[in-house]
Design a protein around this ligand. Sequence first.
Ligand SMILES: Cc1cc2nc3c(=O)[nH]c(=O)nc-3n(C[C@H](O)[C@H](O)[C@H](O)COP(=O)(O)O)c2cc1C
Length: 153
Amino acid sequence: MTLSNDFLLQPFSFANGITLRNRVVMAPMTTWSSNADETISDQELAWYHARVEGVGLVVTGCTHVQASGIGFTNEFAAYDDRFVPSRRKLAEAAKSGGAPAVLQIFHAGNKAVPSLIPNGELVGAGAVAAPKGPFNDGKLASRALGHQEIFLM
Ligand SMILES: Cc1cc2nc3c(=O)[nH]c(=O)nc-3n(C[C@H](O)[C@H](O)[C@H](O)COP(=O)(O)O)c2cc1C
């Protein structure tokens, strides 16, 4: 099938009944611009407001579900109820163009930022050092979580 504008502008229905008005999806994009307390900043809210008009679905930038899971500096957080007001503001901004929005949740595992996580301890599914990256010298291995710890996460 050739991808045409006509096709992209057709509605799409998921099996659960949610229908998107078109097939244009805003990709998840981390902006590294949360406030220092990991809440969403006014700057990032404005960034969503400026981009969500007309799309069929919005996927937010990723947010860490555990304090140990932060993958970028200034990433807005979702690991505690104290972030609910922040997430509510994000939801309002992401949906302000009339499309549904998905919150992208994640845990950065061995690619988390060592200086920003509790005790500087990387945790993940296995005891492995992530390749060298912007926040990681490639030498620090994660501690493998036990089944019980994964269950409790
Ligand atoms: C600045 C920036 C931030 C991104 N943040 C995320 C993210 O939080 N989560 C994610 O899954 N992908 C993220 N991505 C990847 C994009 O969503 C997208 O998959 C990638 O740019 C490839 O898109 P393309 O195949 O259309 O080129 C990011 C990309 C960029 C450029």
